[in-house]
Ligand binder design. Sequence first.
Ligand code: SF4
Length: 404
Amino acid sequence: MKKNYLDNPGSLKIDLMLRGTRIDDPVVKAWACGASGVDIMLPQNTLVNIPCSEMFTEESPYVIKKSGDGYIITDGTGTVPVSLVPKPKYYSLKTSTGVPFSKIGVFHGSYTVITPSPRCDFFNRGIECRYCAGNFDVRGVENQVYSVEEVLETVAAVLKEGASGIIYLSTGFSPGPDGGIEFLKPYIKAIKKRHNCLVAVETLPPKEDRWIDETYALGADSVLYNLEIFDKELFEFLCPGREKLIGRKRYMDALEHAAKIFPNGTVASHLIVGLEPPGSTCMGIDFLTGIGVVPILPIYRPSTDRALRIGPLTTEIIIPVYKHLYKKVKINKINFKWVRDLSMVTTPLEVRALVDVNEGAKNSIIENFYKSKIGLKTAWGLSTLRRKLRVKDSRDPSDSSGRE
Ligand code: SF4
């Protein structure tokens, strides 16, 4: 039976993030749909960023259309009213040095991401993550570094407009034992001194725990070390740089230490849905919540040259994973209110609408799921992906066995 998700904004958000949308309005297309998708407000104030430019979105049953003075999304069987999320006004302004604020601060709903030096040294070593969109690849171009003053001006513009209350500072991989926190230090200190806002920091895990203590001492309110893939074998294969120069165990140990230092609910880690079987994502959720870390589950967006999505992957398969997430953060008494109103991921708060809590307490949703036919099919998908990846791998000289 064909599933219809229009009635529940939580499941509709997941289905839209997975399948994307087409846009039947040239004005919206030109205005809203860039490489990073279109931001839409669904019913019940549910914010979603929907892929709309990748090839896979051409197959989507969803279309955004004009209707009277507003907009609707339809899947051909029904409609829901939606509104376009306007781009923040600061996007049209510049720093005193002439840099557009939109280049420095990227708006994502409740938080704005600032990457003072958008580069990742994994690219220079040819060991970048295989799913990476390549935004931090600066080979052959001069690396841009935004000054502390430029970042402070951007934060001031974001806060003045009330666009976001959380500033999220990020870095790619850089050599050195500190994971990137030494580079971010002057930015964190200046923002905390000059502005009244929360600062989240995303770096790679430092070699020693003292840098995590330092991150907290600097005034960071939240920290993210993104494991991204829980399955050991897939982590090694898909993240060669992380595996070689940091190690999966160091991610786990650093997250565990951070969760002991930072307040409950402020240490988080991404697990990307669609790059490993849902069962592995659920094991990752169990591990992370067990050490007091909030799992954040973005959905992988395949592109033509990075078609790594594991299959079959449908909203029917994904929803139990999000339900599992909700159940585990509740059982482990993790405060998940910090992670809310995000357009790019489904948050535990949004999943609440999908869960019958009493039923969830009685049954293990995920155990039942994996005994189902669809769960078995998903397990089959892992070997398919592994084979696919081995075939595609031309960088690993040790990999000769799996090539076909
Ligand atoms: S750590 Fe991986 S995903 Fe992040 S920028 Fe570097 S290569 Fe890309």
